[in-house]
Ligand binder design. Structure first.
Ligand code: PLP
Length: 395
């Protein structure tokens, strides 16, 4: 018999995962080239060639006992130093290896961070629309998700008035994801400054510590001249969760890290606790081979131009057909307004054309759908006549 806590999770099993499985079934039935699956954020650009080269070199030439063994729960010191050095070089920060904990991707990083900071009943603010798993992650540690409603009129920037009202003495953290899944927008510096100012005011007012959890799997995926602010520079109590799943196309390898800046509240104790949380979550440590790979490939180039072209092509074509979309600035998601109020009905209609997309309700963003365009450019081109047929039903 499963636990009471798991029951609702089983009943509401991730819509995205269900879509993914449906996509596989449809591909078997109609042929993969006739199914236009925009459901899952699984990068189709291969990992940089340096990654495979490093794997071969490491398993051929390095000491196998080290390569496959346990290490400190924080990760290899050399890997953590490589991460800190790379961040310092790129963002002008002053981290050293003691500020970095290697993790099993961003999902695990966020869980470790929340486990480290949450007491039952603590509130964590999420800015809608948001990554569907945040609610589950927060509830894992008996925290309470508090949602700031979506702001479609303001290009999905945070609603600051609502934020000021919803921060309470029980607020422990706010999770921000920039560039954003699912909207594809990037919160600019002015927005980050305002956010930091509100959090600082509220910390002073309540005499509490409010952490800003910066979930950054898409940090490298920003288009053109769009800058993604590095948040530890704007707000002292920022804790970063990063992932190589998207930037290096390594989602199945499960590798990422946490940054705990020394100026954040109780940094030393927090780091010690997070290291233990990493261990007792069952992960123990991040995968050792991947840590060694990251140490060598930390600055390998991410193919952001590929996603930019996909996003631009889809955005231009769909808006021309009459759909209303948020202009993509980063990540690899297109956030599109459903032409009918019930976006689930629209998603079902699209399925009749073998187009799979995710209803916005799964991200606390009803009335919209998310198209994940980390697919081949050819799939995008092939899908356009089908979108055309779909558009004719509504416009
Ligand atoms: N955070 C966001 C916003 C994501 O979109 C994802 C994955 O899609 C994750 C976290 C989890 O990433 P990882 O594969 O590193 O666990």
């Amino acid at each position: 018999m499963i636990s009471k806590k798991m029951k609702p999770l089983v009943n509401n099993n991730s819509v995205i995962r269900q879509m993914f499985e449906e996509g596989q079934k449809m591909a078997a039935e109609f042929g993969a080239e006739n199914v236009f699956d925009f459901s899952l954020g699984n990068p189709n650009v291969p990992a940089p060639k340096e990654v495979n080269e490093a794997i071969i070199d490491i398993v051929t030439n390095d000491n196998p006992v080290k390569v496959h063994g346990y290490m400190s729960n924080m990760g290899f010191p050399e890997t953590r130093k490589a991460v800190a050095d790379s961040l310092n070089k790129r963002f002008g920060t002053e981290f050293d290896l003691n500020n970095i904990i290697m993790t099993v991707g961003a999902g695990s990083a966020i869980n470790v961070i929340l486990k480290t900071m949450l007491d039952p009943g603590d509130e964590v603010i999420c800015l809608a629309p948001y990554f569907v798993e945040y609610g589950n992650y927060i509830r894992n540690y008996d925290g309470i998700p508090v949602v700031i409603t979506a702001n479609p009129e303001g290009n999905f920037m945070p609603r600051f008035d609502e934020l000021r009202e919803k921060i309470t003495p029980n607020t422990k953290a706010l999770i921000i994801n920039n560039p954003n899944n699912p909207t594809g927008v990037v919160y600019p510096e002015a927005v980050i400054k305002e956010l930091a100012s509100i959090l600082n005011d509220k910390q002073r007012e309540y005499g509490t510590v409010i952490y800003l959890i910066s979930d950054e799997p898409y940090r490298e995926l920003a288009y053109g001249n769009v800058e993604v602010p590095f948040l530890t520079k704007y707000y002292a109590n920022t804790i970063v969760g990063y992932s190589f799943s998207k930037s290096m196309s390594l989602p199945g390898e499960r590798i990422g890290y946490i940054v705990i800046p020394k100026e954040s509240d109780g940094a030393e104790e927090f780091t010690e606790a997070a290291t233990i949380a990493n261990r007792i979550s069952g992960s123990v440590n991040a995968p050792s081979l991947m840590q060694l790979v990251i140490e060598r490939c930390i600055d390998a180039k991410c193919e952001v131009e590929y996603y930019e072209r996909n996003g631009r092509t889809l955005y231009d074509a769909l808006t021309k057909m009459g759909f209303s979309c948020v202009e993509p600035q980063g990540a690899f998601y297109l956030w599109m307004k459903s032409p009918v109020e019930d976006e689930k009905a629209f998603v079902d209609k699209a399925k009749e054309f073998n187009i799979l997309m995710v209803p916005g309700s799964s991200f606390a963003g009803p009335g919209y759908v998310r198209l994940s365009y980390c697919v081949s450019y050819e799939q995008i081109k092939r899908s356009l006549p089908k979108f055309e047929e779909l558009a004719k039903i509504y416009f």
